[in-house]
Design a protein around this ligand. Structure first.
Ligand code: PLP
Length: 448
């Protein structure tokens, strides 16, 4: 049900389609039955809230779609989407490993109690130091992104001491030259994108790579892009991998693993988002009969709906009706905290927290942050309660993926606090950085 006055869904429309959120007539917005207002009062604003129950439910739903089709799967959460150790621990308990893209993420995952065998290392530009650390930790798999990286990894693995004949498991990440039909900045599988080994090269490289004694090349990987809503790009990408598996086997090669990457999208606004069953179906049809273990590296689909970004209105500022400019809602969170709208033109749902605003009439607002950049705009002409005023709380929805992890301290704005809610209870899981901490690492040379 969308308002006829606006093309954007209204706050009530947004809440109706999000089972973890509810407007209570007395306590206002509840996230997993915890009043958002309580958390904002205790931790201050802006702050992030992560929903543990929501995450567990999504982790189970995703797995169930693949179990229903009897596919041999391994699931690795792409932790760049949300890297707090609490998130990793919850997903570990749901049977997920992690997909990392840096040495820092590896250290975090190990600190959270993720077993080394349950870690997959993806990403373009892994440093020698990061690769050495991954080999030493004996992580489960490294997805190699180029010919050059393969040779470098093989040499580093050769140098690493191993008395028991351990060989690090490697896949070749193929660039299938498929357009993911998503935002240009989150597309990764076209020939001109920086990711993966060219499709035409990958076959001969796979054969050649078997000569390296210190690594064990066991399969292929692909990651097409993010926030993908259509089946066709997945199907085309996975068909190309299936072709490659058959070609390799016809040359006597062994292929044990096909890592399908992540990319499954969600409905932020009113997009028709596919259920995980769509992806499971495409994978079953393209790769199901090949007798390979199928890896999946979901990030956004699992994490996005588990996160709220809570801000308080600093001020409202009158617009210019003659020019068609609506009033501005200036909130205390900025693009340094939630970067997605400025970076990818992303649309995030925004809802008031107070129960008294829930039934107010709506008017269009420009919702902006305090950062001194014209791109620090969260929403334009967004239908929100007319009576919104200084001091009111507003929540940004679906901010659990690529939200807190992309924060910066631009404008000397410290990293903000984070809470975890879990079906009625909550805890602070990251304290707000102080200004003193923010500047503590700086030194002044004595010649200044
Ligand atoms: C970012 C990334 C993912 C996760 O993508 P989502 O769109 O968040 O599911 C998975 N695999 C690789 C290699 C990635 O870079």
């Amino acid at each position: 049900m969308t308002s006829t006055l606006y093309t954007d869904p209204t706050p009530n429309d947004l809440l109706a389609s999000r089972p973890s959120l509810r407007m209570d007539p007395r306590d206002g917005l509840l996230f997993e039955d915890v009043p958002v207002e309580h958390i904002a009062r205790e931790l201050g604003t802006p702050c992030w809230i992560t929903g543990a129950g929501t995450l567990r439910r999504r982790a189970a739903d995703l797995k169930a779609a693949f179990t229903a089709r009897d596919l041999p799967m391994s699931f690795h959460f792409a932790m760049k989407a949300q890297d707090h150790q609490a998130t990793l621990r919850i997903l570990k308990d749901c049977g997920y490993g992690v997909d990392i893209v840096s040495g820092g993420e590896m250290a975090r995952a190990l600190a959270a109690g993720i077993a080394p065998e349950a870690i997959v290392f993806s990403g373009v530009g892994k440093s020698d130091q990061e690769l050495r650390a991954a080999i030493a930790a004996r992580i489960g798999q490294i997805n190699v992104e180029s010919v050059e990286e393969l040779y470098r990894l093989a040499a580093l693995a050769e140098e690493a001491p191993s008395s028991d004949g351990f060989r690090i498991r490697v896949t070749l990440r193929v660039n299938p030259d498929v357009d993911a039909q998503t935002h240009d900045k989150i597309s990764t599988g076209r020939a001109d994108d920086k990711f993966g080994i060219a499709y035409d090269q990958a076959l001969s490289l796979y054969v050649e790579a078997q000569k390296f004694r210190a690594i064990h090349v066991i399969g292929l990987a692909v990651h097409l892009g993010s926030q993908m809503l259509a089946a066709e790009p997945f199907r085309r990408g996975y068909e190309r991998l299936a072709e490659m598996v058959r070609a390799l086997r016809s040359q006597g090669q062994t292929v044990e693993i096909v890592d399908c990457g992540g990319g499954l999208g969600i409905s932020y606004r009113d997009e028709i988002a596919p259920a995980p069953d769509m992806l499971a179906g495409v994978i079953a049809e393209t790769l199901g009969g090949l007798d390979v273990t199928i890896g999946l590296e979901p990030g956004r689909w699992l994490a996005a709906p588990t996160g709220l970004f809570i801000t308080r209105v600093i001020e409202t500022k009158a617009g210019n009706p003659a020019r068609g400019t609506p009033d501005f809602l200036i909130v205390d969170g900025g693009m340094n905290d939630l970067a997605r709208p400025a970076m990818y033109d992303s649309w995030h749902g925004i809802v008031p927290v107070s129960p008294t605003l829930a039934h107010d009439t709506l008017k269009p607002w420009h919702v902006v942050g305090p950062v001194c950049e014209s791109s620090d705009v969260f929403a334009r002409n967004r239908p929100l309660p007319t009576k919104l005023q200084r001091g009111d709380l507003v929540a940004f929805l679906d901010a659990g993926a690529y939200g807190s992890v992309m924060s910066s301290t631009y404008n000397s704005r410290p990293f903000v606090a984070q809470a975890l809610v879990d079906n009625g209870r909550w805890s602070c899981i990251r304290k707000r950085q102080s200004i003193a901490e923010l500047i503590a690492a700086e030194t002044l040379p004595d010649w200044l």
